[in-house]
Every structure is written in structure tokens, then in C-alpha cells.
Write a protein that binds this ligand. Structure first.
Ligand code: MN
Ligand code: MN
Length: 271
């Protein structure tokens, strides 16, 4: 029983490559997400649950879903290379973080293949700072870098509840569609015409549901509400990442299981 193991060099077209990005050097407050990827896979394979998604996709040894292990990284920008390798095989990258800064180098690779990419970002934070603590690659900045480099057609953020004047200016400047948590409702329907990349920061969930994150920001989505948003996404999803699970802040591996559930339901959209 388990998720099939694979190697990047052996991927087939339309495979979904689960890849660990053990990188948290751009975290501003607390390290830990680098240890997350294997723990999320372990949670998916836990004997306490089965391998089915809620739409009855059986992920046990699913022929198209392959855990490719952790990427071998030399530095921050080396994250781009394995993603490029996956895209060169016409496979779909599904990265397990890692802190949120990783989405910028990932998007550098994605942009070469998908010139009209649209991003959906689930997050308590906009991550649009021009810089934080003097670091332009902080996990608080990746979407500023992505937008100013024109890597995607547009960005839609869901669950934001930490807006500042500066980030409001940045969002306006980049034409970001921000659905703040205070304005969120389960009835919101998002329509995407072009290929979509989904980036899911675990702190979009209320810390009551997902305590294993670096930044506890109250007033977020319930796990059920987030799953509902994922399940009704009507989009051609060409890549995903689930980031910011921090096992050093977790309680009894609860947030590992929540991360695993989010990954499983996103996989159900991809296979
Ligand atoms: Mn984030
Ligand atoms: Mn966040």
C-alpha cells in the first residue's frame, strides 16, 4: 500500500510528480517547513486512513501519481531546475514545501511552458512585500517577484486577513484579485479560462484546524471550507504546491494529516 515511487528521469507524459522542496531559508519567523515533505507523504500513507479521495479516486499505487522524493538543492534558485525537468517530461509538478518563497523559482520554470498561467493562492498573507527584513526573497515576497517579472497572466488570492497599506498598493499595482477572508463566502465561484497553478499555504486555514504553521493567524478557513473550494474549482490545473507546513509547531501530527488531505483532494483534481 502506498504512493508509487518514481524518479524525475523516468516520468511519463501526464504523470503527476510529487516533489519535496526541503527549503525554509527564506522564512522570516520560524524555520521548520524544510522537514515537512516526507512527513506529508508519511501522513498520506498512514494506516489510520485509506487512499481514497472524496470523489472515489484511489491513490494507492495510482499509475500516474509518483513520489519523487526530495529535490537535491544547492541554493534557492536551484528549485527551478527539477521543476523544469518535470515539465520537459510533459508531467505535472506537485511540490511539497518548504516555505512559500519556493513558488517564485517554481513559477520561473512554469512560465516557460505556460505563457498565460493564472495563479490561485490560498493564504492568510498576500506575500506581496517588496522586501522583508532586507530580504527580497523572503517568504513574504514571492508574489511581488512573480508579478513584477510578468511570469503569470494574473493572480487570485483567497483567505487574506493580514492586509497592510503597502500590500494593498502592491496588489493594486499588479492587478491582483484579492478575496479577503472578511469578504469570503462559500458561494464565491471562480472562473478560469487559461491554465491554472494552485499554491496552497497551510496558514490559510484557521490555526484551530492547522496549528502546525509558523504564523498563527486567527479567523481563517475551516478545513471543510478549503476542501469545498478545491473540489468546486473549475479549471485546467497544470501545477500545484502545498507549502508552509511546519512540523516543529505541530501537535500530534494533526497538521500533517490536514496537509495530506489537502494534497489528496488536489490530486483528485489532477488525475
Ligand atoms: Mn504564503
Ligand atoms: Mn501565509
Amino acid at each position: 500500500m502506498g504512493i508509487r515511487r518514481g524518479e524525475l528521469k523516468d516520468l511519463n507524459p501526464s504523470d503527476i510528480a510529487l516533489l519535496g522542496i526541503p527549503f525554509d531559508e527564506n522564512s522570516s519567523y520560524s524555520r521548520g517547513p524544510a522537514k515537512a515533505p516526507e512527513l506529508i507523504i508519511e501522513a498520506i500513507e498512514s494506516d489510520s486512513a485509506n487512499f481514497y479521495t472524496e470523489n472515489l479516486t484511489d491513490l494507492n499505487k495510482h499509475p500516474r501519481v509518483k513520489w519523487c522524493g526530495n529535490a537535491a538543492l544547492s541554493d534557492y534558485f536551484s528549485i527551478e531546475k527539477p521543476i523544469q525537468e518535470i515539465l520537459d517530461k510533459n508531467a505535472i509538478p506537485f511540490s511539497l514545501g518548504g516555505d512559500h518563497s519556493m513558488t517564485y523559482p517554481i513559477m520561473k520554470a512554469m512560465a516557460t511552458k505556460y505563457p498565460n498561467l493564472q495563479i490561485i493562492q490560498f493564504d492568510a498573507h498576500g506575500d506581496l512585500y517588496d522586501e522583508l527584513d532586507g530580504n527580497v526573497h523572503s517568504h513574504a515576497c514571492p508574489f511581488a517577484r512573480i508579478m513584477e517579472n510578468g511570469l503569470v497572466k494574473n493572480l487570485t488570492q483567497i483567505g487574506i486577513r493580514t492586509m497592510t497599506d503597502h500590500q494593498k498598493e502592491q496588489a493594486d499595482r499588479f492587478g491582483v484579485q484579492v478575496i479577503e477572508m472578511k469578504d469570503w463566502s462559500a458561494e464565491i465561484n471562480l472562473i478560469f479560462d487559461d491554465p491554472v497553478y494552485v499554491t496552497f499555504d497551510m496558514d490559510v486555514l484557521d490555526p484551530a484546524f492547522a496549528p502546525g504553521v509558523s504564523h498563527h493567524e486567527p479567523g481563517g478557513l475551516s478545513t471543510r471550507e478549503a476542501l469545498g473550494m478545491i473540489q468546486k474549482l473549475n479549471a485546467n490545473i497544470v501545477g500545484c504546491d502545498v507549502v508552509e507546513y511546519n512540523p516543529t509547531r505541530d501537535i500530534n501530527g494533526m497538521t500533517a494529516m490536514v496537509s495530506a488531505k489537502i494534497v489528496k483532494e488536489l490530486l483528485a483534481k489532477l488525475v
